[in-house]
Design a protein around this ligand. Structure first.
Ligand SMILES: Nc1ncnc2c1ncn2[C@@H]1O[C@H](COP(=O)(O)OP(=O)(O)OP(=O)(O)O)[C@@H](O)[C@H]1O
Length: 723
């Protein structure tokens, strides 16, 4: 076996990278690995995945078998290694875990979470009952994708919601149940899609693939162009999507998940209602009155939501524009509720009825920092979410570190890192944070606008080091800000948010109240809505749907999101954290192309350098004595080929031989702890080679006498490379 120098120059674990503060070195390593189709790299136990945009032969059953039960660092980085390690940690420590999968749209999050699920489906024990749970869990994917994914410019199968899925295991390691939570469904897609984008897949699947009888029953025609809610994107046919086939998959998946005929009828009835609503038109008279007769469109919704109640919405005295807005808001509300219902229904079918002790692996698939598109309210929510998750990462990592130091009898040292709590507080603090200010502004009587909201922010956050606006900025910064912007200095970098909508209506609050009253007749589906063309922070925060009017005065969308994030944080805090960070290699979905600027940007906004810093802080490297000795014994004459004494003594001899200074390492009860120093990088490199040398050595012993000399010469060459 020949070990070339080039093989030793890329690192499967960034923690070993000597120039760990250098973004350029980080990128070089990623790129080098990527060009060799090595899309996975670690930062400790965090897995980075770079989307190759091509099928790689690394997801076979054979590969799965290879990774089952093998030590995390033994084999090349892989999503299966992570999945396996989490599973075995859960079993051996009987604890709960979660895997956070993040990255921007098209980076590969959905694929990563599917691969983890597939791995568990193959590697976990099996029985008829368990197979049912396993199948339902796997089948929940195509269903949620049909209703929650859509073609966007960035991704033909883009998830338009955040997803957290718990997989529950019994103490034998069998998957016995599951539970899904969804976040921030992009409801606006139901009524509007940008050019080149589509509505949620299910609309096309139903119309293209639906059986004649079903379509007739739902009053639909087999022609997607007939439905106005589809037309703005003008993109029904996409080469990578086969709606007819997907329809079959979804129907099959629904039956596996145990949806009965009644459920299915209602579900598709609702989809039909939304399609019909898109085609509802309005008669506007000269005074600007508009009538919206939704009886036909809401036939199915009323079955679920209002039972026998006849639904008729009359909008007056508003204009056709207002009526269109009301219609669209209704379509969004209906779809949002149908999606929630669907998730609940899937959860019922995944529920584990057995009360025995369970441990959990949670999969959280959520957008990373968004800085490219219009920086608006949604991005603000997503970025706040990422800020919270970073906080959680810091807490969990440091907590875990501290616990391990104590268990090993090593004194805890404070670690230098940037604590982003200050930014989380800036956004979420009660009465003082941005979300509270937004709610106050939405609810106060009088003429509240996005700009008065911005004024209030300036008043309250004026001196905050992570907040700046045009008015507060110095001359230089001002050049990059508009008057309607505020900028947050997130832990991962600066993001500018535009608070104002495109067009403003003057008396928004007053109008909201009028509309609210107008819709109070519709049982359970009560929402209030604001002028259709304004999309600023105030209106977005007000785009509410409530069961009960009493709630309306209290909560804005941002606060609801904050509350759901707090609940999520509680769920996650009690678990051990694992991370998959997905990176997009290029913007054109081109196989094998590595766009350095794009990747650099993501490395920054996913906080990977910061992550590396936290991981390397303190004694970042630790291994059990036996494992360490086995790996590195070839590097010291006293330990090679065998160390006969106590492993910890052998390890100490070894590290001293390698030149570690006393402050560079500590000897724990069962493990050695080492600071990441230059020497270690050489050591890890050497480990790779020494493993190969061992293989060669065995080769030498097995060979005939005449070959031995040639093999021995090769080994000596390797040793020269090491030194
Ligand atoms: N590991 C992989 N191997 C091969 N192709 C991949 C891999 N991961 C992703 N892809 C390709 O990239 C596309 C986008 O991936 P995916 O849908 O998982 O992105 P995402 O991060 O979930 O995006 P979004 O946030 O928009 O949902 C996939 O449809 C697939 O073609």
């Amino acid at each position: 076996m020949i070990v070339t120098l080039s093989e030793t120059l890329d690192f499967r674990d960034f923690v070993l990278l000597d120039a760990h503060n250098s973004e350029t070195a980080f990128l070089d390593n990623l790129k080098k690995r990527f060009t060799e189709d090595l899309i996975y790299t670690y930062i400790g136990t965090l897995l980075i995945s770079v989307n190759p945009y091509k099928e790689l032969d690394i997801y076979t059953k054979k590969q799965m078998d290879l990774y089952m039960g093998v030590n995390f660092f033994e084999l090349p980085p892989h999503i299966y290694a992570l999945a396996d390690n989490v599973y075995h940690t859960m079993l051996s420590e009987a604890n709960n875990n979660f895997i956070l999968i993040s990255g921007e749209s098209g980076a590969g999050k959905t694929e990563a979470s599917k691969k983890i699920l597939q791995y568990y489906a193959v590697s976990c024990p099996s029985s008829t009952l368990l197979d049912t749970v396993r199948d339902r869990m796997l089948m929940s994917n195509p269903v949620l994708e049909a209703f929650g994914n859509a073609k966007t410019m960035k991704n033909d199968n883009s998830s338009r919601f955040g997803k957290y899925m718990d997989i529950q295991f019994d103490c034998q390691g069998d998957a016995v149940g599951g539970h899904i939570l969804s976040y921030l469904l992009e409801k606006s897609r139901v009524v509007h899609q940008n050019h080149g984008e589509r509505n949620f897949h299910i609309f096309y699947q139903l119309v293209e693939g639906g059986e004649e009888d079903l379509l007739r029953h739902l009053g639909l025609e087999k022609d997607t162009k007939r439905y106005k809610s589809h037309s703005p994107g003008e993109c029904s046919n996409v080469s990578s999507i086969n709606d007819k086939n997907d329809w079959k998959t979804v129907k099959n998946a629904l039956s596996v998940i145990d949806f009965d005929a009644n459920d299915i009828e209602h579900l598709f009835g609702i989809i039909a209602s939304v399609l019909h609503l898109g085609n509802v038109h309005f008669d506007g008279d000269t005074k600007g009155y508009a009538t919206l007769n939704t009886n036909a469109a809401l036939r199915w919704v009323s079955k679920i939501e209002a039972k026998s109640e006849e639904v008729k919405l009359v909008l007056s005295p508003f204009t056709v524009d207002h009526a269109i807005y009301a219609r669209d808001a209704l379509a969004k509300a209906i779809y949002g509720r149908a999606f929630t219902w669907l998730v609940n229904r899937i959860n019922e079918s995944l529920e584990n009825k057995d009360s025995g002790r369970k441990t959990v692996i949670g999969l959280l698939d959520i957008y990373g920092f968004e800085v490219f598109s219009v920086n608006s309210f949604e991005q603000f929510c997503i970025n706040y979410c990422n800020e919270k998750l970073q906080q959680l990462f810091i807490q969990l990592t440091l907590k875990a570190e501290q616990e391990e130091y104590e268990a090993e009898g090593i004194g805890w040292e404070p670690v230098q890192f940037f604590n982003n709590k200050i930014i989380c507080d800036l956004v979420e603090e009660k009465h003082r944070g941005i979300i509270s200010v937004l709610d106050e502004e939405c609810m106060r009587p009088g003429d509240a606008t996005d700009l008065t909201f911005l004024d209030k922010l300036e008043e309250k956050m004026g001196n905050h080091p992570h907040f700046v606006t045009y008015k507060l900025a110095d001359k230089k910064t001002r050049k990059s800000l508009e008057r309607g912007d505020f900028r947050l200095l997130h832990y991962a970098g600066e993001v500018t948010y535009c608070v104002v909508g495109k067009r403003r209506r003057k008396n928004t609050s007053q109008m909201s109240v009028n509309l609210r009253n107008m819709f109070s007749g519709f049982q359970n589906l009560l929402f209030y809505m604001i002028y259709s063309f304004s999309i600023g922070f105030i209106d977005k925060n007000n785009d509410l749907l409530y069961k009960n009017i009493k709630d309306v005065s209290a909560l804005g969308v941002a606060t609801q999101f904050k509350n759901s994030l707090l609940r999520l944080t509680e769920i996650l805090t009690a678990k051990e954290a694992w991370y998959v960070r997905c990176l997009k290699s290029n913007d054109n979905k081109q196989p094998g192309k590595f766009d350095e600027v794009l990747v650099r940007h993501q490395v920054k906004y996913l906080g990977l350098m910061e992550h590396l810093r936290v991981r390397r802080a303190g004694f970042a490297y630790r291994r059990r004595y036996e494992v360490f000795l086995k790996r590195y014994k070839a590097l010291c004459p006293a330990t090679w080929p065998h160390w006969k004494g106590v492993p910890s003594d052998g390890v100490e001899k070894l590290v001293q031989h390698l030149g570690y200074q006393p402050d560079e390492y500590k000897m724990g009860k069962t493990k050695i702890f080492i600071r990441y120093a230059r020497t270690l990088f050489a050591t890890e490199d050497a480990f790779e080679i020494s493993t190969k040398i061992e293989t060669c050595w065995r080769g030498v012993q097995a060979r005939k006498e005449r070959d031995r000399r040639a093999w021995a010469v090769k080994i000596i060459k390797q040793l020269v490379i090491i030194s």
